[in-house]
Structure formats: C-alpha cells, structure tokens
Design a binder for this molecule. Structure first.
Ligand code: GAP
Length: 561
C-alpha cells in the first residue's frame, strides 16, 4: 500500500493505493481518501494498516473549488469569459497583439485553434463543394476594385447607426429602422452619433482607395461569367468560397462572436430566373423537422417557436424550392458536425438587407443565448444586374431550352465560420465530475489532435516502439508524443484539448506487437495490433466503426482517479 498525491487547481489531495496481482498483470486500486496534507495522510494510513479489521473509510471525493455540475448545467452556466480564458490557457485562441495590450475585435489562433478551424473549413468544403456536382470553389482576393462595392450597394448602405447610452455611456449600434424606438439594456436613452460604414477603407499604392471585403459574395458575382465559361457549368450551379472578411464593428463583443476580422463560408447558387422546381429536393429535405420563429409571430411581438418542416414552409409559400433545398442542406451539415440546437428565424420585410427578397437566420443556442450562426437569403437578380450596370459587361448565360440569354437569380447560404467554431467549442466543453477535469468532446473528425502516443514509462525499448508508431501516424494525422508525467496526467492533458484517442505502449507491446487505445469520452480501452493501428484509427476518426468493435476491450491498467 502506498500514498499518492493528486493536484486539483491549487489544492492537493492524498489517497491510499494498493497494487494487486491478477495473473500476469498488476492492477493499482485507490482504496481510501486520506485528506489534504501529507501528515494527515500518513496518520490515516497508519490507522488503516494497524487496524486492518476496521472497515476503511469509504472513498469520498474531496470538496473541490470547481463547481460540480452535470453536463447539461455546465452547458448553461458556461460563460463567454470562462470560455475565452480557457481558450487562451490551452492555446486555442487569444487576443491579437497582447504584448501591446491587445486590439479589440481581433484574435490570433494558436496551434490547436488553427487545426480546429482548418478541420471545420475542410469539412464545410467537403460537404458543400467536393461532394456536390453542381458547385465550384474559388478563392477571390480580399481587396477588389472599389466599383465592386459601389455596384453591390455596400458603399452606400452597409452602415450601422452608432449610438451611446446617455445613462451608462456604453457604445453600441442599432439598425436604421430602430432609431428612436429602442433603449439601452440599462433603460437609458440612446444618443444617435451618426452612421458608420462597416467597411475598412484602405489605400492602394498611389492609385486610390478600396475596401477590405465585408463578405465573400461579391467575388463570386464579379467572377461569375469567367468561372461559368471556364468550368462549362450550365444552370443551376453554384460558386463557393471560404475566406477572411472584415467589418469595422462599433462594438466587437462576445469573444469570436462579433469581431472585426473573421471568416465567412458562403456560396452563390445561380438558377434560371423562371425556374420554380428544384430537382434535388427529396424526402430527406422535405421531412426535415425544424424550429421556426416566423415573421407573423414576430410582427405580433412574440418569440414563440413553431415546429415545422421544409414541406410545410413550402406549402405556406415562405420560400422557393431551391431556397428550401439549401436551407435543408445547411441544417444537415450543422447536424453532421454535431450542432443540433438550431432555430430558424424568418426576417421581417422591414429588416431585409438591401439585396434580399427573403432571408432566414439560422440561430444556435449558445450557453450565453440563442444567436445567429448563419443565414440564407434569396438575392434574386440584384447583384448580377447591379454589376452589369456598373461594369457594362454582360453577365448573362445562354439558356439552351429557350434559346435566350438570361440573368440568373441567386440563393445565398452563408456561414460565420468563427461562430461555428464557437458553437463547436461550447458543445464540446464538458466538466467531467469523475475525472475532475474538462473534457472537450469534439467529434473526432474535427478534433485538432487526433491521437496521442505514450510509452507507459520511460523505458528505452518502449520509447523506441512509441516513437516508431508516432512517426508513422504523423504522416497521416495530427498526433502528439508525450512521455512526461504520470499516465493519468497525460490522459487528462489530452482530454482537456479534446484528443479522442490515446495510444499506450507497455511492456507487453514489445513482445506482442500490440498497443492499447483509450477512448476519450468513455475511457474504455481496447487492445489492437500495431500493424492495424493506422487503418483502425482512420475508421474511428471517420466514424466508420464503433470503438468497442475496433478491438478487444481490456481492463484499465492504471486507474484514472
Ligand atoms: N453575404 C451575406 C452576408 O455577408 P451576413 O449575415 O452579413 O451575410 C454572414 O454575414 C455571416 O457572417 C453571419 O451570419 C454571421 O455568422 C457572420 N458574421 C457577421 N458579422 C460577424 C462579425 N462581426 N464577427 C463574426 N462573424 C460575423
């Protein structure tokens, strides 16, 4: 029997452990909690050893500083400040230029953050571009001709009304339609400080000025004809891109939720102007259930959600078929990456953007409130017509059926990628009361690090095998090698950054050429052959097999307390 110490936050806790031999294996078991100081622990251990017949004190987890909550509650109680601090502590995301005090609305992604972000972007691209026959990807420049922004209407109307509360002095922004109608959260009157265009203006050489793009959409409109000709696509087809956008937000807030530099993933889907039918709409889309806050309910000043289906929305003529198809596809992607708590909000006619005839916001229930994650707008022929007028170029397409040239109408699904990133993090963030630490339960496909490789102890033979496995796996996945600290500590470190699988090399691995894989969410372990490791990991990450079916379940060698 021996004493072990466990550190939780700034506190230390002592436990009594016992090693028992089971066949060839030695299993360590925690049998009693001994208190918070070594002295107290030694006294209690002596009592237990000297009075073996006395029933030992039942293992009781210590009262720790972290508030214990079930997963449901922690989701509710997770605050944006807590998440911001966690992301900085673990190196996911931190404020830009911190050595100069930071710059409001700008964020830097650390190594884990950039991998998570890239995985989200890759999944988006795979779903909406690679797997769709009628979609072409582009990557347009961030700065374009200033006349692009004149034609699109952004130069004249992409503005917010800048306000300041007369009582609490907090700055903010409101929509033009709300001037004189809304008050500050504190109840104070809002002072109108005038209009501010949200585009960042920038000097271009000695030629003049332009703007950093506030949306990626205009690249797809101005390149429309060239992309159509080079790809030889016929209507209907879409042009997609993901890229950085910039908005000079008056009041950036809520971590990544409202920043001044962020990514938008969006596509413009071009359709014959007379087309009413969508050939791709099937039962999966039509029967998709969703929570809708419709325009009529909002007009009555209420915010009750209705459960509806895409089919019902079509019957009620809330949208056209292609609009409905892409709304359903958007929801299907969100569900695929684990975001279920989605609500759809129909825009009131009075709040539609200058280019849209029908828009729906897609909101996510973040722990700090239900907020916009993305949207889908019917932009009609607005943008192509505007660019034809401004440039003098014909942005039409020849329609073989009618033998006429037409200007396509457009459906635009849009995604705030940082908002998706934030939703994925909120969903993944779980406090595990058994393990007494945070476990980020990312879907394996999105997790920044896919696996960690550990020799169970620092033994040359085990290190050699572990390093060979690590070098082989890192050709395929983002993996970490770690031989420092106890195995339990190494597991906890991986749980906290959401690594789905930990691979342990022990003394049996040398002879048996096999290893143990531990599943992050259940801590279940399986034993598999080293020769099969890469293929099994690939299948696990792509959810092609269940963990328990991937190998023989084995007992945990080192107890995780
Ligand atoms: N092309 C359409 C368009 O730009 P939008 O609703 O203005 O539409 C698209 O922006 C998405 O970009 C929003 O749904 C939101 O998710 C995200 N977004 C907008 N402003 C943002 C900001 N300041 N910070 C982070 N994401 C933002």
């Amino acid at each position: 029997m021996y004493i072990i110490k466990k550190k939780i936050g700034n506190n230390e806790y002592f436990y009594l452990r016992k090693s028992v031999r089971k066949g060839k294996k030695v299993i360590a078991k925690t049998i009693a909690y001994l208190g918070k100081t070594r002295k107290e622990a030694e006294e209690k251990m002596n009592q237990i050893i000297n009075k073996p017949n006395k029933p030992i004190e039942k293992i009781k987890k210590p009262e720790i500083q972290i508030k214990k909550m079930d997963n449901k509650n922690i989701q509710k109680e997770l605050t944006i400040d807590e998440l911001t601090a966690f992301c900085k502590r673990k190196g996911f995301v931190f404020q830009s230029s911190l050595i100069y005090g930071g710059l409001s609305g700008f964020w830097d992604f650390g190594s884990l953050g950039v991998d998570l972000m890239n995985n989200i972007k890759k999944d988006w691209w795979n779903f909406f571009v690679q797997q769709k026959e009628n979609m072409i990807g582009i990557d347009a420049s961030i700065i374009s001709h200033p006349r692009v922004w004149k034609a699109s209407g952004h130069e004249a109307s992409f503005a917010d009304i800048f306000v300041k509360c007369r009582k609490c002095k907090k700055p903010g922004k409101i929509d033009k339609a709300d001037i004189g109608k809304v008050k500050c959260e504190c109840g104070g009157e809002l002072e109108n400080l005038g209009e501010l265009n949200l585009m960042f203006k920038t000097q271009i050489g000695t030629e003049g000025y332009s703007y950093l793009r506030p949306e990626t959409a205009q690249g797809m409109f101005s390149d429309f004809k060239l992309v159509q000709e080079t790809s030889r696509k016929q209507l209907p087809f879409g042009i997609a891109q993901i890229g950085k956008c910039f908005r000079n937000e008056i009041a950036p807030r809520d971590f990544l939720f409202r920043s001044r530099e962020f990514h938008i993933g969006e596509f413009e889907f071009f359709i014959h102007p007379d087309e009413k039918k969508c050939s791709l709409l099937d039962e999966r889309h039509l029967n998709l259930k969703l929570q809708l806050l419709d325009a009529e309910t909002q007009a009555r000043g209420k915010d009750e959600l209705k459960e509806t289906t895409i089919k019902k929305m079509l019957e009620e003529k809330k949208l056209e078929e292609w609009h409905a198809y892409w709304l359903a596809e958007q929801i299907l992607w969100y569900r695929k990456i684990g975001l279920e708590k989605i609500k759809i909000r129909e825009h009131l006619k009075t709040e539609l953007s200058h280019y849209s005839s029908a828009t729906f916001d897609i909101d996510y229930e973040y722990p700090f409130g239900s907020k916009e994650l993305g949207g889908i707008a019917n932009r009609g022929q607005y943008d192509l017509t505007q660019h034809m007028k401004e440039s003098g170029e014909k942005l039409e397409i020849f329609d073989e059926a009618s033998g006429k040239k037409v200007v396509p109408k457009v459906i635009e699904p849009t995604f705030g990628i940082e908002r998706v990133f934030l939703a994925i993090l909120c969903k993944a963030y779980n406090y595990d009361p058994g393990r007494e630490n945070i476990v980020l339960k990312f879907p394996a496909r999105l997790a920044p690090v896919k696996a960690a490789v550990f020799p169970i102890v620092k033994n040359n033979e085990m290190i050699k095998v572990a390093r060979e496995i690590f070098n082989n796996l890192k050709k395929e996945f983002n993996v970490i090698y770690d031989e420092s600290a106890s195995l339990g500590r190494r597991y906890a470190r991986m749980d906290e950054i959401g690594t789905p699988y930990c691979i342990t090399i022990d003394s049996d691995s040398i002879k048996g050429k096999d290893v143990t894989i531990r599943d992050r969410d259940t801590t279940t372990q399986i034993r598999i052959k080293i020769s099969e490791l890469k293929e099994i990991l690939k299948k696990l990450i792509n959810s092609e097999i269940k963990f328990e079916q991937a190998g023989k379940i084995v007992e945990t060698r080192v107890k995780e307390i």
